[in-house]
Design a protein around this ligand. Structure first.
Ligand SMILES: Nc1ncnc2c1ncn2[C@@H]1O[C@H](COP(=O)(O)OP(=O)(O)OP(=O)(O)O)[C@@H](O)[C@H]1O
Ligand SMILES: [Mg+2]
Length: 376
């Protein structure tokens, strides 16, 4: 396109990448003023490179997923690790991050998903973005930040598989500020459900909860880890669905609960009292407690032959949200979530490569009979 200047080409390139890009967003990316971008858009339209702007109507039932996107690396030592020297390993790379895993599972189950996160303007970031885009996930609000590195987690494992070191480079998540996430405001306003993970800064989680109070979408949040759950505000009103494990619940509440169904129910009730409408509290093979409106039910674990636990919790969330959106039946949704989690433990990948609604239906026989509700 010789007839276009470099800057016109750059503007057109951004529009081609993301037809929803706002003029201010393009201005920030190109280091121009908003009015300069507007002038380029007018000239490109006059010359037939842009056909015009349209009104876009939201797709019904869309889910917006906001939070961590990570490159996971695993290094399995061939011989016991020795500090201070070079150790031969077998290296593997995969895509992770709670929100990213949830988004990929939801898309595999057939949901319309938009993913909001930040990646570096590096090879890892481009791979992540391509991978999500190829799965039909809308990545218009996956921001490539030129001065940041894509988040990375590396696990260095002893020959038997025990973790020797876990190394996390996640500074980029601090950049997921309320201001950055505000670029996705139209997607959020149109969403049926927003899922966020606690990789987000506290201010962003608080802003989402605030927006939920005045918005139409339901808000689901996952705690991610014991340090990260503490980023949630003391008042959880506005959180429709809170997913967390027992350790994360103890860390948030600041007291300990016994590791059994009774302890799990008490912890869930305390979180309801803090304002979370529904709490889905898990504890590995103990299963899950679903607590809302003064009533709690339990969902037992689905028997599995696990090979890798990575991603089980995230699959549980996606399975629950998907069935909940389809049917509104929460207890049954968590049962489906438990099935999808069990299936995921049987795959080495953090998202089961065969995940689909047909795959889940073909395995429904693995769910036991429905248990009764108990009042607490
Ligand atoms: N060994 C297992 N076999 C079958 N299902 C399992 C097993 N472990 C966990 N699950 C399922 O996964 C759900 C979530 O697991 P868990 O409580 O370990 O989550 P988590 O601690 O948040 O883990 P993650 O690190 O994956 O987020 C459980 O409620 C259960 O249904
Ligand atoms: Mg978890």
């Amino acid at each position: 396109m010789a007839e276009l200047s470099d800057v016109e080409n750059a503007v057109l390139g951004l529009i081609r990448q993301n037809p929803f890009a706002g003029q201010q967003q393009m201005a920030d990316q190109l280091g121009l003023s908003r009015s300069a971008v507007a002038a380029h858009v007018v000239r490109l339209t006059e010359r037939g490179f842009i056909l015009g702007r349209g009104y876009l109507l939201p797709e019904e039932g869309r889910v917006v997923v906001i939070g961590g996107a990570v490159i996971d690396r695993k290094y399995l030592a061939r011989a016991p690790l020795i500090a201070g020297t070079s150790n031969p390993v077998e290296g593997m790379r995969s895509f992770g991050g709670v929100a990213r895993n949830v988004a990929e599972n939801l898309a595999a189950l057939g949901a319309g998903v938009s993913f909001v996160s930040a990646i570096g303007a590096d090879e890892s970031g481009r791979d992540l973005s391509r991978h999500l885009g190829a799965r039909g996930i809308d990545v218009a609000n996956l921001y490539a930040l030129p001065d940041e590195r894509t988040a990375e987690y590396a696990a260095i494992l002893e020959p038997g598989g025990d973790l020797a070191y876990g190394i996390a480079d996640m500074a980029i998540f601090d950049r997921l500020t309320p201001e950055l996430v505000a670029n996705a405001a139209p997607s959020l306003a149109a969403a049926r459900l927003v899922f966020a993970d606690c990789n987000l800064p506290a201010a962003t989680l608080a802003a989402l909860i605030d927006q939920r109070r005045g918005g139409r979408f339901e808000l689901a949040i996952d705690a991610v880890s014991t340090p990260k759950v503490k980023k949630l505000p003391a008042d959880l009103s506005g959180v429709d669905l809170l997913f967390l494990n027992l350790d994360e619940a103890c860390a948030y509440i600041g007291s300990s609960f016994s590791r059994n169904i009774n302890g799990m129910q008490q912890a869930a009730k305390a979180l309801n009292e803090a304002g979370a409408a529904t709490v889905i509290l898990t504890s590995g093979t103990l299963g899950a407690v679903v607590s809302a409106g003064g009533a709690a039910s339990t969902v037992p674990v689905v028997a599995a032959r696990p090979v890798d636990m990575t991603g089980a919790g995230d699959a549980m969330i996606a399975g629950t949200l998907h069935h909940y959106l389809e049917s509104g039946a929460l207890h049954e949704a968590v049962r489906r979530g438990a099935l999808i989690a069990a299936l995921t433990t049987e795959s080495a990948a953090s998202v089961h490569p065969q995940m689909s609604i047909h795959f889940v239906e073909a395995n429904l026989h693995r769910l036991g009979p429905i248990e009764g509700e108990a009042h607490v």
